[in-house]
Structure formats: C-alpha cells, structure tokens
Design a protein around this ligand. Sequence first.
Ligand code: MFK
Length: 546
Amino acid sequence: MSFLQDPPRPVDLYAVDPILRSELRRHLPAEVFEAVQGRFEQLGRDTAGCLYDWAAEAEAQQPVHVPFDSWGKRVDRIDTCPAWGHLKAYSATQGVVATGYETALGEHRRVVQATLLHLFSASSAIFSCPLAMTDAAARVLIDSGSTDLAERLVPKLLSRDPQTFITSGQWMTERSGGSDVGGTETLARPNPDGSFALHGEKWFTSATTSEMALALGRIDDGVNEPVAGSRGLTVFAVDVVRRDDQLQGVRVDRLKDKLGTKALPTAEITLEGVAGWQVGEVGRGVPTIATMLNITRFYNAVSSCSAMGKALWWARDFAGRREAFGELIQDHPLHAWTLDGMEAEYAGALAMAFEVASKLGRFEQGLCDESELRLLRGLIPLGKLTLGKQAVRVVSEGLECFGGAGYVEDTGLPVMLRDAQVLSIWEGTTNVLSLDLLRAEAKDGSMRALIEDLQFRSQALDEGLPLASRSTLRSTLERLASGLQALLTGGDRGALEARARDAALTLGYLTQAVLLGELAAAPGSDARATGRFERFVQQRLSAPWA
Ligand code: MFK
C-alpha cells in the first residue's frame, strides 16, 4: 500500500488552547471561571463533534432562493438545510446571545459570552453573523426607550429555548453604499396604526431568513420633503411575516454569490410596504445604529480570533502528524518558527478582544468612568479593524501549513480563508473604522486616551520582561504619540486622514503588545508567554512609525 496521509481533523478548540484559559484567568474571578468552565468544555468538545458535522453539511447544502411555487405564486422562500437549523437551535441552548445579558454574571457577562462566541464562530459556518445582529437588535431595543417593542421582542432574541428563539437581520446597506448610509433611499410612510410602510431596496441583507430586522429609512409624511442625508434617517423594527406561504411586504430579489460565508443567506430585497415600527428618535438613525454597530463590531473582533484560533490549532495538530524530509514538520525549525509567529499573533488578538469584552461588560453595567468610556469608544473600532486584518493573515498562513491540501476544497480548509476575508469588510472596512477612530478622537479624545493609557501601562511593565522588546514597544509608542499629535494639530485634514489607517493599526498592535507583556508578567505565567510577547513585538513593532 502506498503512503496515505492522516488528514487534518477537527480539534477540541477549548481543550487545546492554553492561551484562551490564560485570558479567562486574567479577566474572570476564580469562582466565576469555575462556575462557567463546564459550558466552555462542552462547546469545545462540540467543535470537534456536532458543530463540525453541521458546519460541513451547511457548507455543502447552501441556501436556495425559491421565488415562485410550482403554480407560479410568488413565495420568496429561502430554503436552508437542516444543519443550519441545528446551528440556530444549538446557539440558543448554549445561550451564545443570552449570556451577554445574564444578570448573574454581572460585569463578566461579555467575557463569558466572548468565550462561547470564540469557540462557536469559526465552527458554525458563520451562524455567528445572525447572532451578532440578534444581540445588536436586543441592545438597540433595550436602549431605545421603545418599551413596547422591547417587551415584545427582546425575550425572543435572548431566548435559550429553540422553540421561541428568533434572530434579527439588519437592513441597512443600499446600492448607494454600505459605508455612507446617508444616501439611503428607503422611504417610511406613516400607517394609521402608528407603524410605517417601508418602500425601498436593500442591497445586502444577511440572515435574511430571520424573523425580524432593523431597517434604516427616511420618513416621508406626504407633507414635508423627506430630510436628506444621514440626519434624515430613522431606525425601524420589522416583523418578517409569512402568510399563506407568502412573504408579507418583502420581495427577495436574489441571493448574493459571495466569496465565502456561503451557508449564510445574504440577499437583495425590495421592501414593498412592509410595516416598520419606529425605534429611537426620528432623524437619529445613525447614532441609533451606532449602538448596533458597536455590538456587531465586537462580535466581528471575537470572530476574527475564532478564525485565527481554528487555523492555528488545526495547523499545530497537523504538524504533529505530518512527516516530511524524515521528521514531523513541527520539528523543522522554520515550520516551528512559523507556527510560533501565528501563535503570537493569535495571542495578541485574543488579548485585545477580551479587553474589549471586559470593558463592554463593565460599560453595560454602568461601571465605566469617563476615562474608561473614552477608551471603550476607541477600542471597539480599533479592535475590529486590527483583528480583521490579522485574521486574514493568520488564516492564510494556516492554510499554507497544509501545503497543497490547504488549496483544495474538499479538505474543508479553503473555506476558512474565504470566511475570514469578510471580517475586514463587514460592519465597517478598515478605512471606515480608521476614520471612525478620528471621529472618536474629535468627539471624545479617544485616540489620545488610548495612547496615554498605553504609555502608563508600558512604563509599568515588569522589568523581568526582555529589555529589547520593552524598548521597542516604548519607542514605537512615543513615535506614534508625537507623529499623531503633529497630525492632529497640524490643520491638514487630508494628511491626517491619509495616515489614519497606519496610525490605527500601529495603535492596535501596541495595545496587543502591552496586553501580552502584562500577561507574560502575571503570576503563574510561563516562558511561552514571554516568548509570545517578544515575538509579537518583533513581528509587529519593529518597523518604525512616523
Ligand atoms: C458575516 C457575513 C456578512 C456577509 C457579507 C456582508 C458584506 C458587507 C455588507 C455591508 O454592507 S456591511 C456594511 C455595514 N455598514 C457599516 O458598518 C456602516 C459603516 N459606516 C460608518 O460606520 C460610518 O462611519 C457612518 C455610517 C456612521 C457615518 O455616518 P455619518 O452620518 O456620516 O456619521 P456622523 O455624521 O459622523 O455621525 C452621526 C452621529 O453618529 C454622531 O453623533 P451626534 O449626532 O450625536 O454627534 C456620531 O458621533 C455618531 N456615531 C457615528 N459612528 C459612531 C457614533 N457613535 C458611536 N459609535 C460610533 N461608531
């Protein structure tokens, strides 16, 4: 019999991951960690069990748009496979969304939730996308003061019972732009019952099979001209209803043929008078969706870590079973070096995602003071943009660790890269988020607050950590601080915007380096943590900023 390679196989993504457990020890009191650990262990086991099977099935049986029934009646169904339904039910019973609102967890709820999401996302055929929008819808409804809507919908969005759990879509992007939503053309005409009839075309709606959606539109009362630009926008909650096997007030035009996230139905739709209930104030649609975006961006950041973790641990597992040139590839110094580089990147990303989760949990519990609020406002776009870029790089490197097999569809490996590519695009591109950071700086001083926080924390880094790494970190930080200050005060808006992405990514990597340094110096830490700090500084901060 000629040689047959033992193929890549799914690994228990909790059991295999000491870095995740270090982050949990950093952020959770021991008694909370102990109380929730069983949930993480279960989910970890399922990443190598039922989740793996369902995700594979959902990838193989992608959603199908059925515009008409056999007799020509318009039905606008989107048929998904049973596995997609299992993923939805599983996410409900595990409380992936509900945990973010679990009273007993207090300020730690977002950290516990981030762990569940981290384990779930990359193993769920991206069912994490509907969950992101579901959580965001719950947050918006709770914060909006729309009490009746919140009382009716939030218990379903947060349900752990698959029979009552619903998901929410997000109907925002139109042909005029996903970034510049001020061009939204959807009109909202008042109905006698207080709702609005929505008319328009939405160009990207994900999780289109959801039971509800939040939509952006412009009120047209038939008397006054609708207010133009983003200041004329309002958010509406829409119940997606089928009656007599017909979608009410919504037409599905077609499914998107995307690079990845293929199990997830994403559609172009036309709103044909579907009823929407006003959420938040008239004309305050953008600040209202900003609440939503902050939650979906948090999910996006965690999902980036999830993608990186899966690529890393699968590649490490394979390296321990694949031989080349007479020895396991994990014993080849250059392959080991490559895997260590991926690991450092993943550790930095995870540290940043958990920093965001921790602060978000404190914020939602009303525990953040002014300075923490400034930091959180900056950290959410910063985390999303930095981690989205890292995810594509690390997952791409991960595929390379499998050689040619990483480029062959039926190994189940290329899907990881196709899915990772959406993370830097969806919910704000790298550039849009870099500019959002400038917005946060102008309004709240968030960038300077983040830099000052890092200056303080980097000075306090343990002297036992390698001196060269600490020096590189501090000198890069000082160069960024002075370079950015010059741009912020120089009066040249064009120059400031042109450097916004470089500044943001440098700030993101500095944040991760400090967090890795703090973790390496924490009690019980080992030489590998110091190695990850050193390696991360070397690969991300050795090029000067200015
Ligand atoms: C997973 C699978 C997915 C499948 C494929 C999907 C492919 C992609 C499909 C998509 O289209 S995803 C696109 C999603 N779209 C976005 O994420 C929106 C990106 N654009 C932005 O974030 C823009 O920056 C923004 C729309 C917010 C700009 O709008 P404006 O009207 O020019 O903002 P402006 O005037 O600066 O701010 C309006 C208000 O909102 C201000 O508050 P005030 O009126 O009280 O002063 C801002 O402070 C506030 N605001 C804006 N961004 C905020 C924010 N507040 C808090 N946090 C923020 N991030």
